[in-house]
Each structure stands twice: as structure tokens, then as C-alpha cells.
Design a protein. Structure first.
Length: 279
């Protein structure tokens, strides 16, 4: 009798110990399902209206934010479990390699050079280099830029590409950011702004600019936006692709496009075939 009593006490202690260990476990690095109450770190832009923008109240808005929130939800994370991390263009590959974030959704165009350093899920949007002009502008094609002032940001090749191959008499203006270019377009300091149509639509959709600008509708390049994942993490790529497919089929993808880009008259391409260009 005495031996059985001791054994029962020991067994009870073991069960309690295991339960405490299980309750104490959680996903701290964003690599699990989120069911343990942990966080997932996601890289976005903080300064691109319509795509990834940190708002005055500290919240985040934009198409990339909506896509990332949906994907994280399919991975098992509620919005409150997402920790948004600013990932500027020059640091995206390093942020993934260091493990600073689980994935990046930040107007991240897929190309062969980047595929050597990171893996991509998607693409989830096909954008094109385009022009943003005033509503009353007569600029309708690339050659109309000859003799006009064309703005892009310092270090971008967009304006130079147009100057070199389409409108050699365009007068290039380089500003430090797209906000300055858009302000210059509003004031008349420049006649057109060029970069990806999604970025232009995002800026033009801001309340202070609604109704003032239009996209020319030129398709000067193909920019397939993908979700960047650490090189070799094929399991996460597969999960994200599944989530993106569901977002498209459910209609949530088109809803996000219309909400974030619609005010600028953005005529989006159909959703790309997931996984079609990232192999």
C-alpha cells in the first residue's frame, strides 16, 4: 500500500511538471504557427502610401500591409501578433539573412539577381513603370515627354531609362523622395513623375491629392512583386504561396487592390499565377 501511494504521488508530480513546460512554451521568433501566443516579424515599407505606410497614430496601412496581414493570418497569427519592421530597399536581403524578419512584403520586385540571395513566394502583383501626370495633362505616351520636366528619385533608373530610350529631350529632375516629386507635380515644377504604377497610384490616392492626377497607362516594364523569404526556407515559401492563392480565390486580393489604389484610377492586371515566375 505504501509503495503504491508513493508511486502515485510521483506520477502526479511528473504530469504537473510536463504541463508547466508545455504552458511555458511559445513562439518567440515568428517561426511557428502563432498558436502559442508568440509574434511574427514582417518587413514592410513605412513611407509608401498605398503600399506600406506608418500612420500618425502608429498603425500601418497599404496593399503590402493587407497582403502580409492575410498571409500571417493563414500562418496562424492574429493581427495583434504581427510586429512590423521597416525594411528599406537597400537592406531587404540583409534583414532576411540575419533573421530580423520572417518574410518581407515591400514592393519587392523579383529578379534573377535577388533570387541568388533570397527565396520568393508569389508573385502577388504585376506592376509596370508608368507616368503620373495632372488630370488635364496632354501627356499620353512616352515621346510626349520631350521638352517636359520628368521627375524621379535620386538613384532610380526609371527616368534615365525613359530619357535614354524613349524621350531623349526630356528634362530630368531628381528629388530625394517620391513625396517631393508628387509635390512638384502639384505645383507645376515638374510635368510628370515616373516609377512603378502601384507606387504612383498609392501616392495619388492620398486624400490631399485625390482627383488631381492620373496615370498615363504606359507599361514600360514588368515588375512582379514577390514576398521575400530567407534563402533555403522552402517550407515557408510553400505556406505563403498557399495563403496567396486563397487570398486571390476568396476575393480578398481584389478588395485590397481596389481599396488602396482605386482612387487614382489604377487599372490593375489580373492577379499573377502564384509561383509562376519565382522558380
Amino acid at each position: 500500500m505504501k509503495l503504491r501511494k508513493v508511486t502515485a504521488v510521483a506520477a502526479t508530480a511528473l504530469v504537473l511538471s510536463l504541463a508547466a513546460t508545455a504552458c511555458g512554451s511559445s513562439d518567440k521568433d515568428g517561426s511557428g504557427s502563432g498558436s502559442g501566443g508568440g509574434k511574427i516579424k514582417v518587413g514592410i515599407k513605412f513611407d509608401q502610401p498605398g503600399l506600406g505606410l506608418k500612420q500618425p497614430d502608429g498603425s500601418f496601412a497599404g496593399f503590402d500591409v493587407d497582403v502580409a496581414t492575410y498571409v500571417a493570418g493563414q500562418l496562424g497569427y492574429k493581427p495583434a501578433q504581427i510586429e512590423w519592421v521597416e525594411t528599406k530597399s537597400a537592406d531587404r536581403e540583409n534583414a532576411l539573412a540575419r533573421g530580423d524578419v520572417k518574410f518581407i512584403a515591400a514592393s519587392y520586385s523579383i529578379n534573377d539577381e535577388r533570387k541568388q540571395k533570397v527565396d520568393f513566394a508569389g508573385p502577388y502583383l504585376l506592376a509596370h513603370q508608368d507616368l503620373l501626370v495632372k488630370k488635364a495633362s496632354t501627356i499620353a505616351k512616352g515621346t510626349d515627354l520631350n521638352g517636359k520636366k520628368l521627375c524621379s528619385v535620386t538613384g532610380s533608373t526609371s527616368a534615365q531609362n525613359i530619357h535614354d530610350s524613349i524621350a531623349p529631350k526630356a528634362n530630368l529632375r531628381e528629388y530625394s523622395g517620391y513625396s517631393e516629386c508628387i509635390a512638384g507635380l502639384q505645383s507645376g515644377a515638374v510635368d510628370a513623375v515616373t516609377t512603378d504604377d502601384s507606387i504612383l497610384a498609392g501616392f495619388a490616392s492620398q486624400d490631399k491629392y485625390k482627383g488631381q492626377f492620373k496615370l498615363a497607362g504606359l507599361k514600360l516594364s514588368n515588375e512582379n512583386y514577390g514576398i521575400g523569404v530567407k534563402k533555403g526556407d522552402s517550407a515557408t515559401v510553400t505556406k505563403i504561396n498557399t495563403a496567396l492563392e486563397k487570398m486571390v480565390s476568396s476575393g480578398a486580393w481584389q478588395t485590397a487592390v481596389t481599396k488602396n489604389f482605386g482612387p487614382a484610377g489604377y487599372k490593375n492586371e489580373p492577379a499573377p499565377k502564384i509561383g509562376d515566375i519565382v522558380k
